[in-house]
Design a protein around this ligand. Structure first.
Ligand code: ADP
Length: 293
């Protein structure tokens, strides 16, 4: 971003907040996978911004929508979304800056996350499509969760993998599994819960008062087990998390099997984003899931 680009951001901030915003100093923040992240300050106000190429504006619009959805649920702290736009060659999103550190208290986090999951919708999906990492994540509204997962999650990722040159065998066995995933839901009917959608440990923290914060969401209304599974994929929530969570939102006995189904989606996404051993891991997951049917 050039100084002129930051002036455009400053003007948008002034328009939205109604405050006079001075020249912004942008200090790079590490930790993100996808975008350039900055702490912005004019000496009086602080904001958090992320930038990417200008054609990625819809990604930031969808992030803004997701942050608003969680904010409105009044369940768990998220950075207050402010706005997004294009400045020069880049798209940007700006939101409240939160001094983040460490990990939340498990009981508090469990309680608030379960409260967010208790916010429901009459259908699965979301009003907008968003992204998972930098890959597209379609969210057309759907009454049937199994169809939603088949079309917009597992089937969609398998098709992306095929287009991007992953092996035929992965696609074919994956699609064989995809046709049969209804069998994992014979005695369980999920409700459409508000999900963060990308709840790995790098997207949660605490603010300076120790309050739990989640950020960088890939929101949609879906089975709450999908968020729990992602938390377990790259982290280890303890027994205190699960015992408090269950008091607010019971977890069905079939969760341990579906956890692998839900995490397969993220592992396929990681295979596309990062390569490495993720494709082989996805193949092993597909085999294990098929062997349970
Ligand atoms: P990306 O979209 O590239 O994955 P993130 O949204 O994860 O980027 O943000 C990158 C890093 O910036 C995070 O790991 C976190 O440490 C920090 N961060 C995210 N949101 C805020 C915020 N609102 N205020 C302050 N720091 C933030």
């Amino acid at each position: 971003m050039t100084p002129t680009d930051w002036q455009i951001v400053s003007k948008l901030l002034a328009d939205i907040t109604g405050d006079k915003i001075g020249t912004l100093e942008a200090c790079k923040v590490g930790g993100g996978d996808i975008n350039c992240a900055y702490r912005l300050s004019d000496g009086k106000h602080r904001f958090f911004a992320k930038t990417n190429t200008r054609e990625r504006l819809p990604m930031f619009e969808a992030e803004l929508y997701g942050l608003n959805e969680i904010l409105r649920s009044d369940s768990i702290r998220v950075p207050e979304p402010i706005g997004c736009g294009v400045a020069g060659e880049e798209a940007f999103i700006v939101m409240e800056y939160i001094e983040l550190s460490g990990r939340a208290n498990e009981s508090e986090f469990a309680h608030k996350l379960a409260a967010m999951h208790r916010c429901t919708h009459d259908q699965f999906g979301l009003t907008v499509d968003n992204t998972i990492g930098s890959n597209p994540q379609p969210n057309p509204y759907e009454n049937d969760w199994v169809k939603f997962w088949q079309r917009n999650r597992l089937g969609f990722q398998l098709s992306l993998a095929k287009k991007n040159g992953c092996g035929d065998e992965l696609f074919e066995t994956g699609m064989r599994l995809n046709q049969r995933i209804g069998e994992f839901f014979l005695s369980y009917t999920p409700v459409p819960s508000l999900l963060h959608g990308d709840l790995w440990s790098g997207n949660q923290g605490v603010d300076s008062s120790g309050e739990a914060v989640i950020y960088d969401p890939a929101c949609y209304y879906g089975d709450h087990e999908a968020d729990l599974a992602m938390m377990e994929l790259f982290g280890h929530p303890g027994e205190s998390f699960f015992s408090v969570y269950r008091e607010v939102f019971p977890i069905d006995d079939g969760y341990p099997v579906r956890r692998e189904l839900y995490n397969l989606y993220h592992i396929l996404n990681h295979a596309l984003l990062f390569g490495g051993g993720y494709e082989a891991q996805a193949r092993r997951m597909i085999d294990r899931l098929l062997s349970q049917l």
